[in-house]
Design a protein around this ligand. Structure first.
Ligand code: PGA
Length: 255
């Protein structure tokens, strides 16, 4: 079964009102020009929370969806500084990145917390983009598959395998994020195939259906060879998603 490709832009904590306006304007222009809306590729941009309403306004009726970069594991309540997935969903947000390595390492998010966030996001009707990936040391120690399996199993244990029907997985080797050190297509494909095979031990249907994105220093120049791999169904793009033309070229590589 052919899986549709998904290219997601993770803007991280970048942008001013003026630069965000310009980037959204360019995205809107490209999408209206049908530059990437062949129907084979879904595209989503994930701006900082504060700019989500502007993104929704600029991209309404376009082929580009809007996602969040993080959301609370709670629906509402006394959680100062947090935003719930229900709040994002009520505005029209469709996706949420969860378990990004920066959240795990800089904000101490455990496998259990990430799983709770996935559960809440699903109950809000958002599509979680669940990130998994090993550090450089873990790869050196040969425990890459143990690490990504542990991260994935924490989610499956809480929400059940069938709930992954509405999830996307992103494999992001931590050592490749923002470093310019992309995994080779063979390295990425090996982990993607492992993840899919592991999912298949729980449900063959979910394993066949689920989109597994690669993330970590994807650029216009290396996207096509990564996307050509059998088990890579698109990308989660950080730095290169801040440049509309570069991001467009990556989206085109997915076609
Ligand atoms: P990068 O980031 O493309 O800048 O390496 C990817 C990510 O963190 O999702």
């Amino acid at each position: 079964m052919a899986r549709k490709f998904l290219v997601a832009g993770n803007w991280k904590m970048h942008g001013t009102p003026a630069s965000v306006d310009a980037l959204l304007g360019a995205m809107r222009h490209f999408s209206d020009a049908q530059a990437w809306s062949s129907g084979q590729v879904d595209v989503v941009v994930c701006p900082p929370s504060l700019y989500v309403p502007a993104a929704l306004a600029a991209l309404t009726g376009s082929s580009v969806a809007v996602g969040a970069q993080n959301a609370s594991e709670h629906e509402a309540g006394a959680y100062t500084g947090e935003v719930s997935p229900q709040m994002f969903a009520a505005l029209g947000v469709r996706y949420v990145i969860l378990g990004h390595s920066e959240r795990r390492s800089l904000f101490g998010e455990s496998d259990a917390l990430v799983a709770a966030k996935v559960q809440q996001a699903l109950s809000a009707g958002l599509t979680p983009i669940l990130c998994v990936g090993e550090t450089f040391n873990e790869r050196q120690q040969g425990v890459t598959s143990t690490v990504v399996q542990r991260q994935l199993d924490a989610v499956i244990a809480l929400v059940g395998i069938d709930a992954l029907h509405d999830c996307v997985i992103a494999y992001e080797p931590v050592w490749a994020i923002g470093t310019g050190m992309t995994a080779t297509p063979a390295q990425a494909q090996e982990v993607h195939a492992f993840l899919r095979a592991h999912l298949a031990t729980n449900s063959a249907a979910i394993a066949t259906k689920i989109q597994i994105l690669y993330g970590g220093s994807v650029k216009a120049g290396n996207a096509a060879e990564l996307f050509a791999c059998e088990d890579i169904d698109g990308g989660l793009i950080g730095g290169a998603s801040l440049n509309a033309e570069e991001f467009l070229a990556i989206c085109q590589a997915a076609q």
